[in-house]
Ligand binder design. Sequence first.
Ligand SMILES: Cc1cc2nc3c(=O)[nH]c(=O)nc-3n(C[C@H](O)[C@H](O)[C@H](O)COP(=O)(O)OP(=O)(O)OC[C@H]3O[C@@H](n4cnc5c(N)ncnc54)[C@H](O)[C@@H]3O)c2cc1C
Length: 406
Amino acid sequence: MQTIIIGGGAAGFFGAIAVAEANPNARITILERGNSFLQKVKVSGGGRCNVTHACFDVRELTRNYPRGSKELAGPFTRFGPTETIMWFEQRGVKLKTESDGRMFPETDESQTIIDCLWQATKKHHIDLKTSCRVDQISPIQGNRWRVTTANEVLEADAVLVTTGSSEAIWTMLSKLGHRIVSPVPSLFTFNTKDQRLQNLAGIAVPNAQVTLPDFKQQSNGPLLVTHWGLSGPAILKLSAWAARELHAMNYHFKLTINWLGDITQHALNAQLIDIKSELSKKQVIANAQFGLPARLWQSLCAAAGIADLLRWADMNKKQLNALCQELGACAFDIKGKSTFKEEFVTAGGIDLKEINFKNFESKLFPNLYFAGEVLNIDAVTGGFNFQAAWTGGWIAGGSIGGRPAI
Ligand SMILES: Cc1cc2nc3c(=O)[nH]c(=O)nc-3n(C[C@H](O)[C@H](O)[C@H](O)COP(=O)(O)OP(=O)(O)OC[C@H]3O[C@@H](n4cnc5c(N)ncnc54)[C@H](O)[C@@H]3O)c2cc1C
Protein backbone atom coordinates (compact mmCIF):
# COMPACT_ATOMS: atom_id res chain seq x y z
CA MET A 1 0.00 0.00 0.00
CA GLN A 2 1.42 3.36 -1.04
CA THR A 3 0.57 6.46 0.98
CA ILE A 4 1.61 9.97 0.03
CA ILE A 5 1.67 12.70 2.62
CA ILE A 6 1.71 16.20 1.16
CA GLY A 7 3.48 18.62 3.52
CA GLY A 8 6.28 17.88 5.95
CA GLY A 9 5.06 19.77 9.00
CA ALA A 10 3.69 18.66 12.36
CA ALA A 11 0.52 17.01 11.03
CA GLY A 12 2.37 15.40 8.11
CA PHE A 13 5.05 13.76 10.27
CA PHE A 14 2.53 12.59 12.85
CA GLY A 15 0.33 11.22 10.07
CA ALA A 16 3.19 9.38 8.37
CA ILE A 17 4.37 7.77 11.61
CA ALA A 18 0.80 6.74 12.46
CA VAL A 19 0.38 5.03 9.06
CA ALA A 20 3.61 3.13 9.61
CA GLU A 21 2.72 2.07 13.14
CA ALA A 22 -0.72 0.86 12.07
CA ASN A 23 0.64 -0.95 9.01
CA PRO A 24 4.33 -1.89 9.08
CA ASN A 25 4.15 -2.92 5.40
CA ALA A 26 2.89 0.44 4.18
CA ARG A 27 5.11 2.41 1.81
CA ILE A 28 4.99 6.04 2.88
CA THR A 29 6.39 9.15 1.25
CA ILE A 30 6.33 12.69 2.61
CA LEU A 31 6.56 15.35 -0.09
CA GLU A 32 7.70 18.74 1.19
CA ARG A 33 7.91 21.81 -1.03
CA GLY A 34 10.60 23.53 1.08
CA ASN A 35 14.21 22.52 1.42
CA SER A 36 13.74 21.32 5.00
CA PHE A 37 11.05 19.71 7.12
CA LEU A 38 9.24 20.86 10.25
CA GLN A 39 10.18 24.49 9.83
CA LYS A 40 7.30 25.82 11.91
CA VAL A 41 8.04 23.36 14.70
CA LYS A 42 11.58 24.73 14.71
CA VAL A 43 10.53 28.37 15.27
CA SER A 44 7.47 27.59 17.35
CA GLY A 45 7.01 28.84 20.88
CA GLY A 46 9.97 31.18 20.56
CA GLY A 47 12.22 28.22 19.65
CA ARG A 48 10.94 26.09 22.55
CA CYS A 49 7.88 24.49 20.84
CA ASN A 50 4.74 24.71 22.90
CA VAL A 51 3.77 21.11 22.10
CA THR A 52 0.38 20.95 23.84
CA HIS A 53 -1.56 22.24 26.82
CA ALA A 54 -2.14 20.57 30.18
CA CYS A 55 -5.90 20.54 29.69
CA PHE A 56 -7.34 17.08 30.19
CA ASP A 57 -11.06 17.74 30.09
CA VAL A 58 -12.28 17.47 26.50
CA ARG A 59 -15.07 19.99 26.89
CA GLU A 60 -12.69 22.49 28.45
CA LEU A 61 -10.10 21.76 25.76
CA THR A 62 -12.48 22.40 22.86
CA ARG A 63 -13.31 25.86 24.28
CA ASN A 64 -9.91 26.96 22.99
CA TYR A 65 -10.86 26.43 19.35
CA PRO A 66 -12.79 29.30 17.77
CA ARG A 67 -13.11 27.10 14.69
CA GLY A 68 -13.31 23.34 15.10
CA SER A 69 -14.47 23.02 18.70
CA LYS A 70 -17.51 20.86 17.91
CA GLU A 71 -15.71 18.69 15.37
CA LEU A 72 -12.65 18.06 17.56
CA ALA A 73 -14.59 16.86 20.61
CA GLY A 74 -14.71 13.23 19.36
CA PRO A 75 -11.12 13.12 18.04
CA PHE A 76 -9.79 14.54 21.32
CA THR A 77 -11.32 11.66 23.27
CA ARG A 78 -9.17 9.34 21.14
CA PHE A 79 -5.99 11.39 20.99
CA GLY A 80 -5.79 14.45 23.23
CA PRO A 81 -3.07 16.03 25.37
CA THR A 82 -2.74 12.90 27.57
CA GLU A 83 -1.97 10.76 24.52
CA THR A 84 0.37 13.45 23.13
CA ILE A 85 2.37 13.49 26.36
CA MET A 86 2.55 9.69 26.34
CA TRP A 87 3.45 9.57 22.64
CA PHE A 88 6.48 11.77 23.16
CA GLU A 89 7.43 10.14 26.46
CA GLN A 90 7.40 6.66 24.88
CA ARG A 91 9.89 8.03 22.36
CA GLY A 92 12.16 9.51 24.99
CA VAL A 93 10.89 13.12 25.14
CA LYS A 94 9.58 14.36 28.45
CA LEU A 95 7.30 17.38 28.46
CA LYS A 96 7.03 19.87 31.32
CA THR A 97 4.13 22.10 32.27
CA GLU A 98 4.44 25.84 32.90
CA SER A 99 2.25 27.66 35.42
CA ASP A 100 -0.22 28.75 32.72
CA GLY A 101 -0.65 25.17 31.45
CA ARG A 102 1.57 25.38 28.34
CA MET A 103 3.69 22.28 27.80
CA PHE A 104 7.21 22.30 26.36
CA PRO A 105 9.97 19.72 26.00
CA GLU A 106 12.05 19.60 29.17
CA THR A 107 15.04 20.71 27.11
CA ASP A 108 13.23 23.95 26.18
CA GLU A 109 14.34 23.34 22.60
CA SER A 110 12.11 22.69 19.62
CA GLN A 111 14.95 20.69 18.08
CA THR A 112 14.18 17.94 20.62
CA ILE A 113 10.72 17.53 19.06
CA ILE A 114 12.16 17.62 15.55
CA ASP A 115 14.77 14.98 16.42
CA CYS A 116 12.09 12.75 17.93
CA LEU A 117 9.83 12.97 14.86
CA TRP A 118 12.80 12.53 12.57
CA GLN A 119 14.02 9.39 14.34
CA ALA A 120 10.54 7.86 14.19
CA THR A 121 10.31 8.40 10.42
CA LYS A 122 13.76 6.87 9.98
CA LYS A 123 12.85 3.87 12.14
CA HIS A 124 9.86 3.18 9.88
CA HIS A 125 11.79 3.79 6.65
CA ILE A 126 9.48 6.61 5.62
CA ASP A 127 10.64 8.18 2.39
CA LEU A 128 11.29 11.90 2.93
CA LYS A 129 11.53 14.20 -0.08
CA THR A 130 12.27 17.91 0.08
CA SER A 131 11.97 20.47 -2.74
CA CYS A 132 8.93 18.52 -3.98
CA ARG A 133 6.09 20.95 -4.39
CA VAL A 134 2.82 19.22 -5.18
CA ASP A 135 0.90 21.08 -7.87
CA GLN A 136 -1.96 18.73 -8.56
CA ILE A 137 -3.79 15.73 -7.16
CA SER A 138 -6.45 13.88 -9.11
CA PRO A 139 -8.54 10.79 -8.46
CA ILE A 140 -7.82 7.81 -10.71
CA GLN A 141 -9.40 4.41 -11.14
CA GLY A 142 -9.87 2.19 -8.11
CA ASN A 143 -10.22 5.10 -5.66
CA ARG A 144 -6.50 5.74 -6.05
CA TRP A 145 -4.77 9.10 -6.50
CA ARG A 146 -2.32 10.67 -8.92
CA VAL A 147 -0.01 13.23 -7.34
CA THR A 148 1.85 15.62 -9.62
CA THR A 149 4.90 17.49 -8.36
CA ALA A 150 7.15 19.89 -10.23
CA ASN A 151 9.44 16.91 -11.07
CA GLU A 152 7.39 13.72 -11.22
CA VAL A 153 4.01 12.03 -11.29
CA LEU A 154 3.28 9.54 -8.51
CA GLU A 155 0.37 7.25 -7.69
CA ALA A 156 -0.98 6.41 -4.27
CA ASP A 157 -3.67 4.33 -2.59
CA ALA A 158 -4.24 7.11 -0.08
CA VAL A 159 -3.24 10.77 0.15
CA LEU A 160 -3.03 12.79 3.36
CA VAL A 161 -2.92 16.54 2.76
CA THR A 162 -1.15 18.42 5.55
CA THR A 163 -0.05 21.56 3.74
CA GLY A 164 -0.95 24.04 6.48
CA SER A 165 -2.18 27.41 5.24
CA SER A 166 -1.15 27.13 1.61
CA GLU A 167 -3.23 29.28 -0.74
CA ALA A 168 -2.09 27.28 -3.78
CA ILE A 169 -3.27 23.98 -2.30
CA TRP A 170 -6.60 25.49 -1.23
CA THR A 171 -7.14 26.78 -4.79
CA MET A 172 -6.27 23.35 -6.17
CA LEU A 173 -8.64 21.62 -3.71
CA SER A 174 -11.46 24.03 -4.50
CA LYS A 175 -11.10 23.18 -8.20
CA LEU A 176 -11.37 19.54 -7.18
CA GLY A 177 -14.70 20.32 -5.52
CA HIS A 178 -13.92 21.05 -1.86
CA ARG A 179 -15.31 24.23 -0.33
CA ILE A 180 -12.67 26.50 1.16
CA VAL A 181 -13.60 28.94 3.92
CA SER A 182 -11.65 32.06 2.96
CA PRO A 183 -8.46 32.42 5.00
CA VAL A 184 -7.91 35.36 7.38
CA PRO A 185 -5.18 35.87 9.99
CA SER A 186 -5.72 34.83 13.59
CA LEU A 187 -3.63 35.39 16.75
CA PHE A 188 -2.38 38.94 16.32
CA THR A 189 -1.79 41.96 18.53
CA PHE A 190 -3.67 45.28 18.34
CA ASN A 191 -2.05 48.56 17.25
CA THR A 192 -2.93 51.91 18.81
CA LYS A 193 -1.11 55.20 19.19
CA ASP A 194 -3.26 56.20 22.17
CA GLN A 195 -1.55 58.82 24.33
CA ARG A 196 -2.42 56.95 27.53
CA LEU A 197 -0.14 54.08 26.52
CA GLN A 198 2.82 56.22 25.46
CA ASN A 199 5.96 55.22 27.39
CA LEU A 200 4.17 52.28 29.03
CA ALA A 201 5.67 49.55 26.81
CA GLY A 202 6.49 46.49 28.90
CA ILE A 203 3.81 47.09 31.51
CA ALA A 204 1.55 44.10 32.19
CA VAL A 205 -1.58 43.49 34.25
CA PRO A 206 -2.34 39.92 35.34
CA ASN A 207 -6.08 39.77 34.68
CA ALA A 208 -7.71 42.37 32.47
CA GLN A 209 -11.01 42.06 30.65
CA VAL A 210 -10.99 43.22 27.04
CA THR A 211 -14.20 43.78 25.08
CA LEU A 212 -15.11 44.47 21.47
CA PRO A 213 -18.34 46.42 22.05
CA ASP A 214 -19.37 46.30 18.38
CA PHE A 215 -19.22 42.49 18.30
CA LYS A 216 -20.13 41.64 21.91
CA GLN A 217 -16.92 39.59 22.18
CA GLN A 218 -14.92 39.53 25.38
CA SER A 219 -11.92 37.81 26.92
CA ASN A 220 -10.03 37.83 30.20
CA GLY A 221 -6.40 37.28 31.01
CA PRO A 222 -2.96 38.86 31.19
CA LEU A 223 -2.61 42.06 29.14
CA LEU A 224 0.65 43.56 27.95
CA VAL A 225 1.37 47.07 26.66
CA THR A 226 3.81 47.02 23.74
CA HIS A 227 5.57 49.70 21.68
CA TRP A 228 2.79 49.40 19.11
CA GLY A 229 -0.23 48.87 21.29
CA LEU A 230 -1.63 45.88 23.15
CA SER A 231 -0.74 42.21 23.39
CA GLY A 232 -0.85 39.34 25.89
CA PRO A 233 -3.17 36.33 26.17
CA ALA A 234 -6.34 38.44 26.64
CA ILE A 235 -5.75 40.26 23.33
CA LEU A 236 -4.59 37.18 21.43
CA LYS A 237 -7.65 35.23 22.51
CA LEU A 238 -9.91 38.05 21.33
CA SER A 239 -8.05 38.27 18.01
CA ALA A 240 -8.75 34.58 17.43
CA TRP A 241 -12.42 34.60 18.41
CA ALA A 242 -13.15 37.74 16.39
CA ALA A 243 -10.70 37.00 13.54
CA ARG A 244 -13.39 37.26 10.83
CA GLU A 245 -15.18 40.32 12.21
CA LEU A 246 -11.93 42.24 12.69
CA HIS A 247 -10.76 41.35 9.19
CA ALA A 248 -14.04 42.69 7.83
CA MET A 249 -13.36 45.98 9.68
CA ASN A 250 -9.90 46.17 8.11
CA TYR A 251 -8.59 46.10 11.70
CA HIS A 252 -10.09 49.50 12.63
CA PHE A 253 -12.34 48.99 15.63
CA LYS A 254 -13.17 50.01 19.19
CA LEU A 255 -11.83 48.15 22.22
CA THR A 256 -12.61 48.68 25.89
CA ILE A 257 -10.39 47.49 28.69
CA ASN A 258 -11.32 46.79 32.27
CA TRP A 259 -7.85 46.87 33.79
CA LEU A 260 -9.20 45.19 36.94
CA GLY A 261 -10.82 42.12 35.39
CA ASP A 262 -14.55 41.58 35.57
CA ILE A 263 -15.51 44.02 38.32
CA THR A 264 -18.66 45.98 37.36
CA GLN A 265 -18.64 49.76 37.01
CA HIS A 266 -21.09 49.91 39.92
CA ALA A 267 -18.87 47.87 42.27
CA LEU A 268 -15.78 49.77 41.14
CA ASN A 269 -17.46 53.09 41.85
CA ALA A 270 -18.32 51.91 45.36
CA GLN A 271 -14.72 50.81 45.94
CA LEU A 272 -13.39 54.20 44.77
CA ILE A 273 -15.74 55.96 47.22
CA ASP A 274 -14.38 53.75 50.04
CA ILE A 275 -10.78 54.51 49.03
CA LYS A 276 -11.61 58.24 48.91
CA SER A 277 -12.65 58.20 52.53
CA GLU A 278 -9.90 55.81 53.72
CA LEU A 279 -7.03 57.63 52.01
CA SER A 280 -8.50 61.13 52.11
CA LYS A 281 -5.22 62.86 53.00
CA LYS A 282 -3.14 60.99 50.44
CA GLN A 283 -2.41 62.16 46.90
CA VAL A 284 -4.30 60.18 44.28
CA ILE A 285 -1.63 59.91 41.59
CA ALA A 286 1.22 59.07 43.95
CA ASN A 287 -0.55 56.04 45.45
CA ALA A 288 -1.40 53.40 42.89
CA GLN A 289 -4.42 51.27 43.82
CA PHE A 290 -5.75 47.81 42.91
CA GLY A 291 -2.20 46.50 42.47
CA LEU A 292 -1.87 48.35 39.16
CA PRO A 293 1.64 49.27 37.97
CA ALA A 294 2.40 52.84 39.14
CA ARG A 295 3.00 54.23 35.65
CA LEU A 296 -0.28 52.83 34.33
CA TRP A 297 -2.14 54.22 37.33
CA GLN A 298 -0.57 57.67 36.78
CA SER A 299 -1.50 57.64 33.11
CA LEU A 300 -5.13 56.63 33.79
CA CYS A 301 -5.45 59.26 36.54
CA ALA A 302 -4.07 61.93 34.21
CA ALA A 303 -6.58 60.87 31.53
CA ALA A 304 -9.32 61.23 34.15
CA GLY A 305 -8.29 64.87 34.64
CA ILE A 306 -6.71 64.34 38.07
CA ALA A 307 -3.97 66.91 38.76
CA ASP A 308 -0.57 65.75 40.06
CA LEU A 309 -1.00 66.82 43.68
CA LEU A 310 -4.74 66.30 44.08
CA ARG A 311 -5.67 64.45 47.29
CA TRP A 312 -8.45 61.86 47.46
CA ALA A 313 -10.48 64.15 49.73
CA ASP A 314 -10.48 66.88 47.07
CA MET A 315 -11.57 64.68 44.22
CA ASN A 316 -14.94 65.78 42.85
CA LYS A 317 -17.69 63.49 41.54
CA LYS A 318 -16.82 64.16 37.91
CA GLN A 319 -13.18 63.15 38.48
CA LEU A 320 -14.21 60.05 40.43
CA ASN A 321 -16.56 58.96 37.64
CA ALA A 322 -13.89 59.66 35.04
CA LEU A 323 -11.37 57.54 36.98
CA CYS A 324 -13.96 54.76 37.29
CA GLN A 325 -14.38 54.90 33.51
CA GLU A 326 -10.61 54.84 32.83
CA LEU A 327 -10.12 51.86 35.13
CA GLY A 328 -13.14 49.78 34.20
CA ALA A 329 -14.23 50.80 30.69
CA CYS A 330 -11.15 52.36 29.13
CA ALA A 331 -11.98 52.98 25.44
CA PHE A 332 -9.39 52.68 22.67
CA ASP A 333 -9.42 53.13 18.90
CA ILE A 334 -7.46 50.25 17.39
CA LYS A 335 -5.92 50.93 14.03
CA GLY A 336 -4.15 47.92 12.56
CA LYS A 337 -2.60 44.74 13.85
CA SER A 338 0.86 43.25 14.30
CA THR A 339 2.08 39.70 14.08
CA PHE A 340 2.53 37.83 17.33
CA LYS A 341 5.92 36.32 16.66
CA GLU A 342 5.65 33.43 19.08
CA GLU A 343 2.70 31.91 17.25
CA PHE A 344 0.33 32.95 14.50
CA VAL A 345 -2.13 30.93 12.50
CA THR A 346 -4.72 31.25 9.76
CA ALA A 347 -8.43 30.96 10.33
CA GLY A 348 -10.08 29.36 7.32
CA GLY A 349 -9.43 26.32 5.17
CA ILE A 350 -11.34 23.25 4.13
CA ASP A 351 -14.96 23.42 5.22
CA LEU A 352 -15.37 21.08 8.18
CA LYS A 353 -18.74 19.87 6.90
CA GLU A 354 -16.87 18.04 4.16
CA ILE A 355 -14.74 15.98 6.56
CA ASN A 356 -15.60 12.79 8.42
CA PHE A 357 -14.09 13.40 11.84
CA LYS A 358 -14.04 9.70 12.71
CA ASN A 359 -11.01 9.36 10.43
CA PHE A 360 -10.35 12.82 8.91
CA GLU A 361 -11.28 11.54 5.47
CA SER A 362 -12.91 13.69 2.81
CA LYS A 363 -16.64 13.07 2.51
CA LEU A 364 -16.35 13.89 -1.19
CA PHE A 365 -13.45 11.61 -2.18
CA PRO A 366 -12.48 8.22 -0.74
CA ASN A 367 -8.84 7.79 0.35
CA LEU A 368 -8.25 11.55 0.56
CA TYR A 369 -7.47 12.72 4.10
CA PHE A 370 -6.69 16.08 5.71
CA ALA A 371 -5.07 17.11 9.00
CA GLY A 372 -3.70 20.25 10.62
CA GLU A 373 -4.06 23.83 9.56
CA VAL A 374 -5.23 22.99 6.02
CA LEU A 375 -8.63 22.45 7.70
CA ASN A 376 -10.78 25.33 8.94
CA ILE A 377 -9.53 24.67 12.47
CA ASP A 378 -7.52 27.02 14.63
CA ALA A 379 -7.04 27.73 18.30
CA VAL A 380 -6.00 30.38 20.74
CA THR A 381 -2.34 30.48 21.74
CA GLY A 382 -1.00 27.93 24.25
CA GLY A 383 -0.13 24.71 22.38
CA PHE A 384 -3.66 24.04 21.12
CA ASN A 385 -2.78 24.49 17.45
CA PHE A 386 -0.14 21.76 17.56
CA GLN A 387 -2.55 19.56 19.52
CA ALA A 388 -5.04 19.77 16.64
CA ALA A 389 -2.25 18.84 14.21
CA TRP A 390 -1.11 15.85 16.32
CA THR A 391 -4.69 14.66 16.80
CA GLY A 392 -5.63 14.93 13.12
CA GLY A 393 -2.37 13.38 11.94
CA TRP A 394 -2.60 10.46 14.34
CA ILE A 395 -6.22 9.63 13.53
CA ALA A 396 -5.91 10.11 9.75
CA GLY A 397 -2.65 8.16 9.57
CA GLY A 398 -4.02 5.35 11.73
CA SER A 399 -7.09 5.08 9.55
CA ILE A 400 -5.00 4.95 6.37
CA GLY A 401 -2.86 2.24 7.95
CA GLY A 402 -5.94 0.21 8.89
CA ARG A 403 -6.11 0.85 12.64
CA PRO A 404 -9.76 0.17 13.55
CA ALA A 405 -11.72 3.39 14.22
CA ILE A 406 -13.40 3.52 17.64
C1 LIG B 1 6.11 31.51 14.48
C2 LIG B 1 5.08 30.50 14.85
C3 LIG B 1 5.14 29.89 16.09
C4 LIG B 1 4.17 28.95 16.46
N1 LIG B 1 4.25 28.39 17.70
C5 LIG B 1 3.33 27.48 18.07
C6 LIG B 1 3.41 26.83 19.34
O1 LIG B 1 4.38 27.01 20.10
N2 LIG B 1 2.41 25.97 19.68
C7 LIG B 1 1.35 25.70 18.84
O2 LIG B 1 0.47 24.93 19.21
N3 LIG B 1 1.28 26.26 17.62
C8 LIG B 1 2.25 27.12 17.21
N4 LIG B 1 2.17 27.69 15.97
C9 LIG B 1 1.12 27.21 15.06
C10 LIG B 1 1.59 25.87 14.49
O3 LIG B 1 2.91 26.01 14.02
C11 LIG B 1 0.69 25.38 13.36
O4 LIG B 1 -0.65 25.31 13.82
C12 LIG B 1 1.15 24.00 12.90
O5 LIG B 1 2.48 24.09 12.41
C13 LIG B 1 0.25 23.45 11.83
O6 LIG B 1 0.82 22.24 11.40
P1 LIG B 1 0.57 21.70 9.92
O7 LIG B 1 1.37 20.46 9.80
O8 LIG B 1 -0.88 21.66 9.65
O9 LIG B 1 1.15 22.84 8.97
P2 LIG B 1 2.67 23.37 8.77
O10 LIG B 1 3.45 23.17 10.01
O11 LIG B 1 2.49 24.73 8.25
O12 LIG B 1 3.23 22.40 7.68
C14 LIG B 1 2.78 22.43 6.34
C15 LIG B 1 3.90 21.98 5.45
O13 LIG B 1 3.39 21.77 4.14
C16 LIG B 1 4.33 22.27 3.21
N5 LIG B 1 3.62 22.54 1.96
C17 LIG B 1 2.74 23.53 1.69
N6 LIG B 1 2.32 23.45 0.40
C18 LIG B 1 2.94 22.37 -0.15
C19 LIG B 1 2.91 21.78 -1.43
N7 LIG B 1 2.16 22.28 -2.43
N8 LIG B 1 3.66 20.67 -1.66
C20 LIG B 1 4.43 20.15 -0.67
N9 LIG B 1 4.51 20.68 0.56
C21 LIG B 1 3.76 21.78 0.84
C22 LIG B 1 4.88 23.51 3.90
O14 LIG B 1 6.11 23.91 3.33
C23 LIG B 1 5.00 23.03 5.32
O15 LIG B 1 6.24 22.43 5.59
C24 LIG B 1 3.13 28.61 15.56
C25 LIG B 1 3.08 29.21 14.31
C26 LIG B 1 4.05 30.13 13.95
C27 LIG B 1 3.98 30.75 12.58
